[in-house]
Design a protein around this ligand. Structure first.
Ligand SMILES: O=C(O)C(=O)CO
Length: 354
């Protein structure tokens, strides 16, 4: 497949080359070898090329992820690996890479695709990309919340397809943020940034839950710490912002939905695995809750035949929360810098404590 060809690049002091010449250069070069699992945005690629620090190979497509078998082949003997969230970095892959692999850098804030235990066991350092995407994710969360609560997708569909009759008193009514209680499940930088953007909509109260109170962050948005039960009971809008861990897997399930108000809306911009989708379908289709806005699902992409797509009160986006040009470039730059620093044995800008 032309799009998915493996591009081999050897960077300065070796100049760009390709094909057989690269092979020769690779044999001659003593520069650390790096594999990049995706055609990352230009800023990161430029840093990698200009560094003169590594020779790298790239899966030269953004449309098709590198097939697992190819990935297992391509990582053999590399010193560094730069991946995105679609690659499962587990024991099999780390074994395939072998003992040279010292640094893994993921172009994501989430790290549920990484087996941290296996990475730690092998002494591999891990970089990731928090903070640079906070604004983009918060912005998209607000957009998704409003699209869901004010039924924007349904409304444009009605307008386009002849459903727009006379002005009607209760047609396409939704729920407003003014005087509402907004609950945040997992209060971190992103939860705070969402609350900061929602506050001017005259939200009455912010509440949150987490494994423990986070007073420093909560103070910024004047949020009250409550139990998960209270979060479900009180929230008019429940924004899921927690990482996917064994503890949070499917934490939004039928027990939680049963405690929510039938006027409440859940928004998930974290990871699909935090929500039990069968239970969500049930809660939405029976009117137990009013709506859901999902930027993340299990699996991704969600098959177009999935029952959630049949529901008018479920707005589904294809995992685009961080998808602005500036943010994706910043993520690629940070991921690349983390990788290069790690390979030099220096502290990364953002490194996971394993
Ligand atoms: O960075 C992540 O973890 C994402 O989900 C994409 O922005």
């Amino acid at each position: 497949m032309a799009l998915c060809r493996l591009q081999r690049l050897a960077v300065a002091p070796l100049s760009f080359t390709g094909g057989a010449t690269t092979q020769v250069l690779r044999e001659m070069s003593t520069l650390p070898r790096v594999y990049v699992t995706r055609q990352i945005p230009p800023e990161g690629l430029r840093i990698l090329r200009d560094s003169g620090q590594v020779q790298f190979e790239l899966w030269d497509s953004d449309d098709v992820p590198v097939p697992r078998n190819e990935l297992l082949q391509n990582v053999k003997g590399v010193d560094g690996l730069l991946c995105v969230l679609t690659e499962k970095i587990d024991a099999e892959l780390l074994d395939a890479a072998g003992p040279n692999l010292k640094v893994l850098s993921t172009m994501s804030v989430g790290f549920d695709h990484l087996s941290l235990e296996e990475l730690k066991k092998r002494g591999i350092r891990v970089g990731y990309t928090p903070e640079v995407l906070t604004d983009a994710v918060a912005e998209l969360t607000v957009a998704l919340l409003l699209a869901t609560s004010r039924r924007l997708i349904e409304a444009t569909h009605e307008a386009k397809t002849g459903g727009w009759g006379t002005w009607r008193t209760l047609w396409l009514c939704g729920y407003e943020l003014a005087n509402s209680t907004v609950g945040i499940l997992g209060l971190g930088r992103i939860g705070v940034a969402i609350a900061e953007r929602l506050a001017p909509f005259k939200v009455k109260k912010f509440i949150y839950t987490d494994v423990a109170p986070r007073p420093e962050l909560a103070k910024v948005i004047n949020a009250e710490y409550v139990s998960l039960d209270e979060l479900a009971k009180q929230s008019d809008f429940l924004s899921v912002c927690c990482a996917l861990t064994p503890e949070t897997k499917e934490i939004c399930n039928k027990d939680l939905f049963a405690k929510m108000k039938n006027t409440s809306i859940i928004i998930n911009t974290s990871r699909g695995g935090v929500v039990n989708q069968e239970d969500l379908y049930e809660a939405l289709s029976t009117g137990q809750i009013a709506g859901a806005g999902l930027d993340v699902t299990v699996p991704e992409p969600l098959p177009t035949s999935h029952p959630l797509f049949t529901l008018k009160n479920c707005v589904i986006l294809p995992h685009i929360a961080s998808a602005s040009y500036s943010t994706r470039n910043a993520m690629s730059a940070l991921a690349t810098n983390n990788l290069l620093l790690g390979l030099r044995g220096q502290p990364m800008i953002k490194e996971l404590k394993l």
